[in-house]
Write a protein that binds this ligand. Structure first.
Ligand SMILES: N[C@@H](CCC(=O)N[C@@H](CS)C(=O)NCC(=O)O)C(=O)O
Length: 214
């Protein structure tokens, strides 16, 4: 099945899906959406995904999937090997909790439209940075003991899971927003391990076709 991923190089939600596709060994076409230029609003992309957020994944029979977690769960159900979730239901719940901390409790408070709204409300650069760091730190403080308890190289166990698909883009964002990882040694160790893995390397923002030089 041919797949097209609508993505923006630096956006973390599409980055999650790129990692998942790579871990599953699934090739895909890359369709850039320039979020800074507002291409998500109006026009062709908003007809594809009326929520005007990336990612969207289009199949060759014209189905469009949205929401990174739903896309990753669909990948897991349709391509079970290698698994992104452990076999035991309790372990699966832990992995989903790790993913949920990023997807529900950190990222929605910090994404582009929130940054734009803070700017519109008169919050300056320093205020926005403090806001963003606050929520990343809150989430990482919750993730750190979970990962420390369950990691054996990756966030849960010795193989990449859904948790790593979510964590690594958030670590990338933490770096961008100057969050110190020193208080989070378990997270930092998982990030270092993932940085050696080809599926994570190929998904890195800097390697995407629409990447802008720093
Ligand atoms: N919960 C959504 C979040 C999607 C999202 O916020 N995507 C961001 C990029 S990381 C986006 O497209 N933002 C565009 C905007 O804020 O205008 C998911 O997991 O897919």
């Amino acid at each position: 099945m041919a797949l097209t991923l609508y993505s923006h190089w630096r956006a973390t939600a599409p980055y999650r899906v790129r990692i998942g596709l790579n871990l599953k060994g699934l090739p895909y076409d890359y369709a850039p959406v320039n979020l800074q230029a507002g291409e998500q609003h109006g026009g062709a992309y908003s007809r594809l995904n009326p929520q005007e957020l990336t990612p969207a994944l289009e199949t060759d029979d014209g189905r469009v999937l949205t929401q990174s977690l739903a896309i990753l769960e669909w990948l897991e159900e349709t391509h079970p090997n290698p698994p992104l979730l452990p076999a035991d239901p309790l372990d699966r719940a832990v992995v989903r909790a790790m993913a949920g901390i990023v997807a529900c409790d950190i990222h929605p408070l910090n994404n582009l439209r929130i940054q734009q709204q803070l700017t519109a409300m008169g919050i300056d650069d320093a205020g926005r940075l403090a806001w963003t760091q606050r929520w990343i730190n809150d989430g990482f403080a919750a993730l750190e003991p979970l990962i420390a308890a369950h990691s054996d190289g990756f966030a849960f166990g010795s193989q990449p899971t859904l948790a790593d698909c979510l964590l690594i883009p958030q670590v990338y964002s933490a770096d961008r927003f100057k969050v110190d990882l020193l208080p989070y040694p378990a997270i930092a160790a998982v990030a270092a391990r993932c940085a050696e893995h080809p599926a994570f390397q190929a998904a890195h923002p800097d390697l995407q076709p629409d990447a802008k030089p720093k």
